[in-house]
Design a protein around this ligand. Structure first.
Ligand SMILES: *[C@@H]1O[C@H](CO)[C@@H](O)[C@H](O)[C@H]1NC(C)=O
Ligand SMILES: *[C@@H]1O[C@H](CO)[C@@H](O)[C@H](O)[C@H]1NC(C)=O
Ligand SMILES: *[C@@H]1O[C@H](CO)[C@@H](O)[C@H](O)[C@H]1NC(C)=O
Ligand SMILES: *[C@@H]1O[C@H](CO)[C@@H](O)[C@H](O)[C@H]1NC(C)=O
Ligand SMILES: *[C@@H]1O[C@H](CO)[C@@H](O)[C@H](O)[C@H]1NC(C)=O
Length: 542
């Protein structure tokens, strides 16, 4: 009896994890550190005090709408995020006297403005593009001439973001200070994206705005809008309204109108973010068939009986390419970016294989197999839209299946670890984007941003030319289990890890130090209204 009790006791004891926990947060947040990490930073213990009520941006050159709006945004951010009222504890008088009480030796005075020096004046109708210059320089070492300088408006936007992140609370937790700082910064990759799937769940426009705001806080510059898919067609077309009337989850409440889309593009433009739409074909098109008849392939069973199901686009359809040309013409008019994502992933061959019309067609065209049929489809699509579109992006299957592509077609790598294909694509002289390691729908418990941080688009063996062909990458948010309610916390701050890998230099930071910065950056995003989840376990935001 005693023996049994003892054994049981030992068993229970062995089940108890014996570990020691210190009080306080798992990872201590930095103060006034920038995410993504700038290329070059010099910073000292010396500091300026900022009174947000007095602080102004002072433009040294010409004005334009993007700049004026950015001053408003960042002005409000500095004011509201840091407002004393919000802190609700102390008066301005105590702020003004901080340096007398706390840290006399390092006090450099108060900073009442930031001069903004934009070399090439911006235009009111300017759009961010594949070749935009995002470099900037910040010099806050002298209270008389604190300066943000850039060649283009896009650099000024990135610089304002950095400046806003440098401002932080002093050790008393209520005085705003900014350290004496010099920064020279530019992105490592020109293409730093986030993909949003708005088909599996309709993502409301205000969630897209929130996402775009967060993207600008992370210096991401491409919003890849995977707008339609099998399940729903929320794009409201002017030429073909029946597509969303019949193919959206709901023809009114679950669609993006032309006005919605224009607003999203403008919201993004003001933040230096490109909007690249994806109309994925020939697979992933089931919802298209609700509104437009005779473009999808009817599937048959082994007895040759129609199953009532539909497969990919039907290359044998007489009206298909004419319809696609008309639709893509409209898409070109709606979306100003020169890039267009054509999809091309996961084409299922079974349905093509079951359809006699398709087989007849292949015989007639001497198309030997289904990969060749896919090749034919893509070639025909591109041939039909080549005069109305510019740069095409395709998912990797199109390349891997041997479809002939022009050298400037960009191959978007997403399967497995991605590096074999990345090597092959760039080896064939084609530009590439990486997403394989940045799938936001793949979840692990805890703050799993470290897996995202572990991945670098240059982690393969190849020549310098091959490395240069990697334009960047994207974090992808497939929306099977996210909607407007949880999308923000699913994306952030995990996509922040991607953002830093794409902006900062290779191996810019050790994991443990990045964790401290991300702790701060996540709180910063929370203050600004982004529902980012805690990145590192137990902790707090002030
Ligand atoms: C910024 O200045 C404050 C006040 O002197 C100092 O405590 C802090 O260490 C400085 N930060 C950096 C990164 O040097
Ligand atoms: C902060 O708000 C005050 C008024 O509450 C305003 O005068 C000031 O211009 C704002 N600061 C910035 C930087 O926009
Ligand atoms: C920063 O600005 C100060 C004052 O205007 C100037 O003396 C200094 O040379 C500048 N530093 C750099 C690295 O440009
Ligand atoms: C990459 O190219 C090699 C050599 O041509 C080939 O053997 C391999 O199958 C390719 N891998 C992929 C995933 O395309
Ligand atoms: C495309 O790239 C390949 C490989 O770099 C090269 O051999 C070929 O000449 C290029 N084609 C064109 C049309 O530039």
């Amino acid at each position: 009896m005693l023996f049994t009790t003892l054994t049981l006791l030992l068993f229970f004891l062995s089940q108890l994890h014996c570990y020691v926990v210190d009080p306080g947060p798992q990872v201590k947040a930095t103060k006034g550190f920038v995410w993504p990490k700038p290329q070059q930073v010099t910073r000292s213990q010396e500091y300026f005090v900022i009174n947000p009520k007095e602080f102004r941006f002072k433009n040294l050159g010409k004005e334009c709408a993007i700049l004026v709006k950015a001053f408003q945004r960042y002005g409000t951010m500095i004011n509201v995020t840091n407002s004393l009222e919000r802190r609700g504890r102390l008066t301005e008088i105590s702020v003004a006297h901080f340096h007398r009480i706390y840290d006399k030796t390092n006090y450099l005075g108060s900073l009442s403005k930031l001069y903004v020096d934009l070399e090439n004046p911006c235009k009111d109708d300017e759009y961010p593009s594949a070749v935009m210059d995002e470099s900037y320089e910040i010099n806050i070492t002298n209270s008389m001439k604190p300066m943000l300088k850039a060649k283009s408006i896009w650099g000024i936007l990135r610089g304002l973001e950095t400046f806003s992140q440098l401002i932080h609370y002093a050790s008393n937790e209520y005085t705003l200070i900014v350290n004496s700082t010099w920064i020279k910064d530019f992105p490592r990759f020109p293409y730093r994206g986030l993909m949003l799937d708005t088909s599996r769940h309709f993502i409301p426009v205000y969630s897209i705005y929130n996402t775009l705001d967060a993207m600008s806080y992370n210096k991401l510059n491409v919003f890849h809008w995977h707008i339609v898919d099998d399940q729903s067609f929320p794009y409201q077309s002017t030429k073909f309204p029946e597509l969303s009337d019949k193919g959206a989850y709901h023809p009114i409440s679950q669609v993006y109108t032309l006005l919605d889309i224009k607003r999203v593009i403008e919201f993004a433009r003001l933040r230096g973010i490109r909007v690249i739409p994806e109309f994925d074909t020939p697979g992933h098109t089931r919802s298209w068939g609700e509104g437009i008849k005779d473009i999808l392939t009817p599937c048959y069973d082994t007895n040759g009986k129609a199953t009532g199901k539909y497969g990919p686009m039907n290359p044998a359809s007489k009206k298909l390419f004419k319809f696609l040309r008309e639709l893509f013409k409209e898409i070109r008019d709606v979306f100003p970016d020169s890039y267009l994502h054509l999809g091309g992933d996961e084409v299922e061959f079974e349905c093509w294989d079951s359809n006699e019309e398709v087989k007849e067609f292949m015989k007639m065209k001497q198309i030997k197999n289904y990969k060749a049929l896919e090749n034919y489809y893509i070639q025909e699509l591109i041939r039909n839209i080549v005069d109305i579109t510019d740069v095409h992006v395709v998912w990797e299957e199109v390349f891997v299946n041997g479809v002939e592509l022009t050298n400037d077609t960009i191959v978007h790598v997403w399967k497995n670890d991605g590096f074999t294909v990345l090597k092959n694509v760039t080896g064939a002289g084609k530009p590439a984007l990486l997403s394989a390691c940045w799938y936001l729908d793949h979840l692990k418990s805890g703050g799993d941003w470290n897996d995202f941080y572990d991945c670098d688009p240059h982690d393969f063996h190849g020549s310098q030319e091959q490395m240069d062909l990697v334009l960047g990458g994207e974090a992808c948010m497939w929306a099977e289990v996210v909607n407007g309610h949880n999308i923000g916390s699913r994306i952030w701050p995990r996509a922040s890890a991607t953002a830093e890998k794409l902006w900062s230099k290779k191996n810019a930071d050790e994991f443990s130090k990045a964790a401290q910065r991300l702790e701060e950056h996540t709180c910063r995003m929370n203050f600004r209204g982004i529902p980012a989840q805690p990145p590192n376990g137990p902790g707090f935001c002030l």
